[in-house]
Design a protein around this ligand. Structure first.
Ligand SMILES: CC(C)(COP(=O)(O)OP(=O)(O)OC[C@H]1O[C@@H](n2cnc3c(N)ncnc32)[C@H](O)[C@@H]1OP(=O)(O)O)[C@@H](O)C(=O)NCCC(=O)NCCS
Length: 167
């Protein structure tokens, strides 16, 4: 099936939230408690938060076939480094190259914006995502454990990918 990657705008905030509500409980069921999943969805997918990020110029991309089936969110950290904050593909659409398509478009948009490096954080036990990111050209460059409120923590690897090498 033909997949297109398009910019998402404020009118798509509900779509992003719906996808997150479907993907997160399954993707993280063996990695995070139900309470932490709920807390993080509410924190990171609050429509007001997403709208503020869009207004600030963050890039949101969506993957679409007959319906939206994935999304990515990236923003500038400075000095040519951009943070890939979200990369999610709907449960039944995973492992069909959609994550790769989203990442390729993210990379080309970041290069157009003058970026030279992508960085991301991924749960240290999220082996499937880590493997996918390694396939995309990222490598583990650090670890970071941070409190995110509510008594919850994110225990992550930091992964980076040089965009120069991809050109
Ligand atoms: C991680 C994710 C974004 C990857 O997107 P995807 O469309 O499923 O993956 P792709 O089809 O682009 O595959 C990318 C590579 O990763 C590998 N891969 C993907 N899913 C995998 C899995 N479940 N197990 C092992 N390897 C996997 C594939 O082999 C592929 O490499 P190849 O094309 O060289 O064979 C997607 O699976 C997802 O949303 N997962 C759940 C949420 C999540 O963990 N997101 C990341 C948060 S940091």
């Amino acid at each position: 099936m033909n997949i297109t990657i398009d910019f998402l705008s404020p009118r798509d905030v509900a779509v992003i939230r719906q996808l997150a509500e479907r993907i997160w409980p399954i993707a993280y069921r063996e990695l995070l408690s139900t309470d932490q999943i709920r807390y993080m969805i509410d924190q990171r997918y609050d429509p007001e938060v997403l709208l503020e990020q869009m207004a600030a110029g963050d890039l949101f991309l969506g993957a679409r076939k007959d319906r939206w089936c994935g999304y990515a969110h990236v923003y500038a950290l400075g000095l040519g480094t951009f943070k890939l904050d979200k990369l999610y593909v709907d449960i039944d659409d995973q492992r069909q190259g959609i994550g790769r398509k989203l990442l390729e478009r993210v990379s080309s948009e970041v290069v157009l914006a003058g970026g030279v490096e992508l960085t991301l954080r991924v749960n240290r036990n999220n082996l499937k995502a880590i493997r996918a990111y390694e396939r995309y050209g990222f490598e583990i460059t650090g670890t970071d454990k941070v409190a995110i409120g509510g008594g919850f923590f994110m225990d992550d690897y930091v992964m980076t990918c040089s965009l120069d090498e991809k050109e």
